[in-house]
Design a binder for this molecule. Sequence first.
Ligand code: COI
Length: 353
Amino acid sequence: MDIKFVKRDVLKEKPDQKNLGFGKYMTDYMFVMDWDQGIGWHDARIEPYGPIEINPSCVTLHYAQETFEGLKAYRTKDGRILLFRPEMNAKRMITSNERLCMPGFPEDMFVEAIEELVKVEKDWIPSEPETSLYIRPFVFATEASLGVHQAISYKFMVICCPVGAYYPEGINPVKILVEDELVRAVQGGTGFTKCGGNYAASILGQVRAEAKGCTQVLWLDGVNRKYVEEVGTMNIMFKINGEIYTAPIEGTVLPGVTRDSIIHILKDWGYKVNETHLSVDDLMKAGHDGTLEESFGTGTAAVISPVGEFVYKDDSVVVNDFKIGELTQRLYDYLTGIQWGNEEDKYGWTREV
Ligand code: COI
């Protein structure tokens, strides 16, 4: 792909790597590419990060024809730069775009856009422990028209920001509210895609959870409000009686890259992984009778995040005395070891830029 480079006059000052938080500081440049009906993708460019002009009647602003992805670039101790399974993000975005009637692209185009931007922004990749460069690709309709329809023009953009932990808790356990009224996804809907609309619909649950002192929401299935599905920004797993349980990918749950990687690792370590429907009643029962040994969320932003407590209606269960479990810690160390180049990458998941 031919990518035009538009240089900025003055580079930004880089933030303190010890206080990055998540998603606050954008880098100097962004990748932009346009799609028009009859032409396809064209005009790939890397240009100074900054506001873009869109028409107030643009389809995205009204009907949310938009998808996004999230992945990270890691700086290793010996100065190499690694991406983690970027082709998985490409595949998922192609699937998301298909569902939202948006243009697809070859996987290579997505990966090349990211690699080229990361090369330009290599000085922004932090080196402090637990930090990385978060990469946010997104596609959105740009056509100016108020009729509800498949738009005829789109933009594909990639922006980046150096990040630390997603949750203020870091690797410490989080408290989670099981949402028993609102739902996130139903079969036939968009639950398996990474589209902005899924997240917009989740914010009320998040606000309610925070009002109850919880960090995140655990969503139940949209039909029976009975089976556990996923948490606001991550997939979720439970260790019950030595076996792992997590919701199956059947249309309502996001097929997480970290989820997939952790399942691979767990199986290699000899764990039985049950991708099955676990009811919230069975989860709470396991919490009360002590068979719920550990629980953790998995996600690119959140990495591996231990759960210390579940609150469901008037009931609550504390997991592992609100401490990070042994398996959770081992998974965190191993996965991040591969990502930061400290462990041998026997799966071939990292890609050097
Ligand atoms: C990610 O984990 O990359 C996500 O996209 C979750 C999020 C911050 C919405």
